[in-house]
Ligand binder design. Structure first.
Ligand code: ADP
Ligand code: MG
Length: 573
């Protein structure tokens, strides 16, 4: 029976195989599927955000253009005389306010020297001179100007739209202040997730709207970042183009998505930013679920693998045990069979002395009938009785041997000398051999090392080989030669006969249980299979060499007791 080590390693390799085979596809699918899903998902989210940004950019641009268009229409169609009179200007301003919900905070007319000629609005800026203001210089150059957001004279954030027009032979400027709050709301409305927010910056990195969160720590980074907002060919951004980029936010230290698009012909940039983790939160969630499923699956598979293989090992162990028991039974059956064969030989041996004893007893009977007083009868009776005793003790010796063999079923391994065993078996089989006209010869090596074996099992091996050999020579007689010799650390024993030999076709099946060519009642077909089992158990080998009508030689190789012990020690370590 295999030792515990064998089952542990079998168990281990079973568990490993099951886990590997079932986890591999699962892990691969999770990995590949997860990767593709995340790529597709990210692309989708970015595209979605880009869409949102583009839409808002359009809204904002539309908002600004609308305001510019409004002023432009007034300037081009009304003529300067309409604006110069303050009550008409005020009326116009009020109409604008009504139509645009108070976005136009004030309205002013400025002459080409930068002097404000007329004004309508809450700031009371009647006589202001804008000659030095940047917006004034710009509008004189560009005809239309939208300023950056600034605090202005009264500390309220606002920005200016100014248009230049020509009337009465002079240049004039119509200027309006746009309510920052309404404009700010447009941008502020873009908020997605926890960290998604939008703002507008000018090229200098000044916020044109107030971001929902404090982004002051981010300004240097944003400035640097926005400087680089060029398309793939390195051209500056065009209106309606959205660039998305993922970078680490220096203020939060988190990976952040930035989407940028130009406003106001690129003077301003609409920026949308959101933490990657926040934007892809669903992805993280999905990934966690996948990982959880993978984990649970792994645990379940591992658990099942261990459980099932443990159960399997238990079965294998049981069946091994059963097999071993069967083997023992077969050996026992074989032992009894070979005993039967032996008994047949012994019966012959006992038959003779018993016949003599019966004869002598009858003779004594006759002598007693004649009377012991007759000349010579006493001596004759004495001789007959001596003969009976001699024959009787011969019988006893035979039965004794038989009994001692029958009793030997102990599989305990001891250190033994094979030569002694050979001699014993030769002695035990001599009668049968003589009867079959077989001459037995032995060539035993003097330097034969001892072997570690069970004597009763070794007896089986020898007896079966000898019986088979005698069977093979039964018809014509022959010579049985048993040779032992040392081969390095092994003991070699050859049992050779000059019998009928074994046909090539049978050699393969020789060691199969119940393979026999002998008639029913004589052969059991167990002998060689038992021998094979016993020799195998001792880590030995058995081989056969045979030629039909020439004879057969079985050679058994058994490790010496010393090398078997060394092997045992090596295995334990
Ligand atoms: P059994 O002796 O009961 O037939 P064995 O297993 O001992 O069973 O042998 C199986 C068969 O192998 C025998 O029936 C015989 O045909 C063949 N055999 C075994 N030993 C010899 C031998 N020495 N010479 C010829 N044939 C043999
Ligand atoms: Mg046999």
């Amino acid at each position: 029976m295999p030792d515990r080590h064998y089952y542990t390693s079998l168990h281990r390799s079973m568990v490993a195989t099951v886990i590997l085979v079932s986890l591999m596809p699962m892990a691969l699918i999770t990995l590949i599927g997860g990767y593709q899903y995340s790529a597709a998902y990210k692309a989708k989210v970015l595209a979605h955000l880009g869409e949102i940004v583009r839409k808002h950019e359009q809204n904002i641009d539309t908002y600004l253009l609308e305001k510019v268009a409004e002023i432009r229409v007034l300037a081009d169609n009304m003529g300067v005389s309409c604006f110069r009179e303050e009550d008409r200007l005020e009326r116009l301003h009020r109409t604008l306010m009504e139509r645009h919900g108070g976005d136009f905070v004030d309205l002013g007319l400025i002459n080409e020297q930068g002097m404000q000629v007329a004004y309508s609005g809450p700031f009371r800026l009647g006589e202001a001179n804008y000659a030095d203001a940047e917006w004034f210089r710009e509008v004189m150059k560009r005809k239309v100007y939208i300023s950056d957001v600034f605090l202005g004279l009264r500390g309220v954030p606002h920005f200016i739209i100014a248009v230049q027009f020509f009337s009465e032979g002079r240049q004039w400027i119509l200027r309006t202040t746009i309510d920052f709050v309404a404009f700010n709301r447009l941008v502020e409305n873009i908020r997605i997730g926890q960290t998604g927010l939008a703002f507008i910056m000018n090229r200098n990195g000044d916020f044109q709207t107030t971001p929902r969160l404090d982004l002051n720590a981010e300004i240097p980074f944003l400035k640097h970042f926005l400087d680089k907002t060029k398309d793939e060919q390195g051209r500056p951004l065009q209106d309606g183009m959205v660039i998305s980029r993922v970078a680490e936010n220096p203020a939060t230290g988190r990976e952040t998505i930035y989407l940028t698009t130009p406003l106001k012909q690129g003077d301003w940039l609409l920026v949308y930013q959101q933490d990657t983790a926040d934007a892809f939160s669903e992805l993280v969630q999905t990934r966690n679920i996948a990982l959880f499923v993978l984990l649970v699956g792994t645990i379940a598979i591992t658990f099942m693998a261990v459980l099932l293989s443990r159960r399997m090992i238990k079965r294998i162990k049981a069946s091994d045990k059963e097999k071993e028991m069967m083997n023992e039974q077969v050996i026992e059956a074989g032992r009894l069979a070979s005993l039967g064969e032996l008994a047949a030989g012994i019966a012959h041996e006992i038959n003779n002395p018993v016949a003599i004893m019966v004869e002598e007893a009858g003779w004594i009977h006759d002598l007693l009938d004649e009377g012991l007083d007759k000349e010579g009868n006493t001596d004759e009776t004495r001789r007959a009785l001596t003969q009976i005793r001699t024959q009787g003790s011969r019988c006893r010796e035979i039965t004794h041997k038989l009994l001692s063999f029958a009793r030997m079923i102990d599989p305990t391994v001891v250190e033994m000398q094979l030569n002694d065993m050979v001699e014993e078996i030769v002695g035990l089989s001599s009668q049968r051999a003589r009867f079959a006209n077989v001459q037995v010869e032995t060539e035993l090596a003097d330097d034969l090392p001892t072997i570690a074996a069970s004597p009763s099992e070794m007896q089986q091996v020898l007896l079966n080989l000898v019986n088979n050999a005698v069977d093979a020579m039964e018809k014509e007689g022959g010579t049985l030669t048993i040779t032992t010799r040392r081969d390095r650390d092994d003991v070699l024993m050859t049992v050779a006969d000059t019998g009928c030999g074994i046909p090539r076709a049978n050699i393969q099946r020789l060691f199969d249980p119940f393979f026999t060519t002998k008639p029913v009642g004589k052969g059991t077909g167990l002998g060689l299979s038992i021998i094979y089992g016993i020799i195998n158990k001792m880590k030995g080998e058995i081989s056969v060499n045979s030629a039909v009508d020439m004879g057969t030689a079985f050679t058994v190789r058994i490790p010496s007791a010393a090398s078997a012990q060394a092997e045992e020690r090596r295995k334990k370590e």
